[in-house]
Write a new protein. Structure first.
Lengths: 318, 218
């Protein structure tokens, strides 16, 4: 790989990282508004408020960057970066087209899971360093939630890796067949639920429950650092949605010529993101104990069942 | 898994099932999806005028000709936001040797809308229908002191006062109509009313007549 090619891939990943989360965010604005009988942003940019998030970004840029006096200064300032950068890495690992991924490494699935787990560390750092009781409780809730939901997430992904016999995302998509839609269905459900919880999206947003904790671990953040946390959340939706599309929905497999493969991957990922948004609008927030009960009594057993089912299937040669 | 507290709670099976037999979570998804496919309720306000309900309380308009400077509104106002200045003018007698009359002339009538709480008591209390509710609401100001509006501005809002709504079916006849259609006192008969013998004057005051009957539920 030449230096030029590396630079091109990096720029492409960065562009995707800056554009796709905004697309999802705008879709959330509009879809949520219509699901609530509203119109959503209509003025920014002229046509149906398409530039609303750009305007929001400009607003965040202009705001004062405040670090509380009692805060653990370096940890506090570093936390948004720790939350954001892993998702950039994860996004770079995702293949969208046969042979097209910004970074193509043999064990990309493992690297991707590791990266997304690090992202949660940013929330924990923010909560711990803010010197604010709401932030602290939010951070600890996030930690408890991530510990609980990492396990079903990994179980679900492990099942797909087992079925495809590979730890490379590209290899898994190549091994995918429509039969997986049924065979891997329980694991897919587990993954979707666990991914929403990993991202602290409603209905699993206890760490930022605004009625109880102001804004959880992000309470003390202002301006661009706060925007980074928001961007990390939406980048997380993109990563998890495209990952679901790649692992469970077959990525670029589709009825049209192979040249349109990238479109298939992105379209499938966008549909999954819409489901994540839909669930946010429709369902109320779970209580902390309900969340833990769901993880340990339902998702983990279901994930284990899926691994067993996949193991049987692989041995029996389904 | 079942703790003693859960026994005391009402059985959740009824709560989690909707009318169609769907679990509540699916019902929530269906409801939001259905709403998303329907037209929205939003009026894009600065571009599209809102549909105001009848009898909207936007601003208080003044019909200056009707005002007699009686000060009832200013005195009844709970937060004293009405300012009235007036003076008396003498009208010369219309006939030779007649008595001169005096009448009040309104100099200033102002409502401070930064104090007004839109209770409408001034409008209720005005005996001469000089004050009216207007649905006009776009009179925001940058400075709170600019919300004190004088009678010229209050008079401009009279143009936006809607006509009174039609009476309900089977409503009592309006007092004015009843008074106009009533036969004059002299025409009632030769006997006349008690003390009304020979009087041909029209009634001086128009009062709503309280009809005692089945509607009087006190």
């Amino acid at each position: 790989m030449t230096l030029l090619e590396a630079a091109l891939r990096a720029v492409a990943a960065l562009a995707a990282f800056l554009v796709l989360p905004l697309l999802v965010g705008q879709a959330e604005h509009k879809v949520m508004a219509h699901m609530q009988g509203r119109l959503g942003p209509m003025y920014a940019g002229g046509f149906h408020g398409w530039a609303q998030l750009v305007a929001d970004g400009v607003k965040f840029l202009q705001k004062e960057d405040i670090t509380p006096r009692a805060a653990d200064r370096w940890v506090f300032r570093l936390a948004p970066g720790v939350a954001l950068v892993p998702y950039l890495l994860a996004l770079a690992l995702l293949p969208v087209h046969p042979g097209v991924a910004a970074v193509d490494v043999p064990g990309s699935l493992v690297l991707l899971l590791a990266a997304t787990s690090v992202g949660a560390l940013g929330t924990l750092m923010a909560g711990w360093s803010s010197a604010n009781k709401y932030s602290l409780i939010g951070g600890l809730r996030a930690a408890a939630q991530l510990v609980s939901y990492e396990l079903p997430l990994v179980l679900a992904v492990a099942s797909v890796a087992l079925a495809g016999g590979s730890l490379s995302l590209v290899g898994l998509v190549d091994a995918w067949s429509p039969w997986w839609l049924l065979w891997q269905l329980p694991g897919g459900v587990v993954f979707l639920v666990a991914a929403a919880a990993e991202l602290q999206r409603p209905p699993f947003d206890m760490p930022v429950a605004d009625a109880e904790l102001v804004m959880g671990a992000w309470t003390e953040y202002t301006g661009l650092r706060f925007a980074f946390f928001l961007l990390a959340e939406y980048a997380g939706i993109v990563v998890m949605s495209v990952l679901f599309a790649v692992l469970w929905l077959g990525g670029w497999h589709g009825p049209f010529p192979d040249a349109l493969g990238w479109l298939w991957t992105l379209a499938k990922g966008f549909v999954v993101a819409l489901v994540v948004i839909w669930v946010r609008v429709a369902w109320p927030r779970l209580r902390e104990d309900q969340l833990q009960r769901l993880a340990w009594l339902w998702l983990v057993p279901l994930g284990l069942f899926q691994v067993v089912l996949t193991g049987v299937g692989v041995v029996a040669g389904w | 898994m079942v703790t003693p507290e859960q026994h005391e709670r009402p059985e959740p099976a009824e709560d989690t099932r909707g009318r169609g037999g769907l679990p509540g979570v699916l019902k929530g998804l269906a409801t939001t999806a259905r709403t998303a496919l329907r037209p929205t309720h939003t009026h894009e306000y600065p571009d599209v005028a809102p549909d105001l309900p009848p009898r909207s309380r936007g601003v208080i308009a003044l019909l200056e000709e009707n005002c007699t400077s009686c000060m009832l509104c200013a005195r009844e106002c709970p937060d004293w936001c009405i300012y009235i200045d007036s003076h008396k003018e003498t009208i010369p007698a219309t006939t030779e040797g007649g008595r001169e009359r005096q009448r009040n002339v309104l100099d200033r009538f102002a409502i401070d809308f930064s104090l007004c709480m839109y209770c409408g008591i001034c409008i209720e209390v005005c005996p001469f229908d000089a004050l009216h509710w207007s649905p006009q609401f776009e009179y925001a100001e940058v400075d709170i002191l600019d919300l004190l509006h004088e009678k010229e501005r209050l008079g401009e809002w009279m143009a936006t006062v809607p006509p009174p709504p039609a009476l309900d079916e089977k409503a009592a006849e309006p007092a004015e109509v009843a008074a106009a259609s009533r036969p004059a006192r002299g025409a009632r008969g030769p006997a006349g009313g008690p003390g009304g013998a020979g009087s041909s004057r029209p009634p001086r005051t128009v009062r709503p007549r309280v009809v005692r009957g089945e509607g009087d539920g006190t």
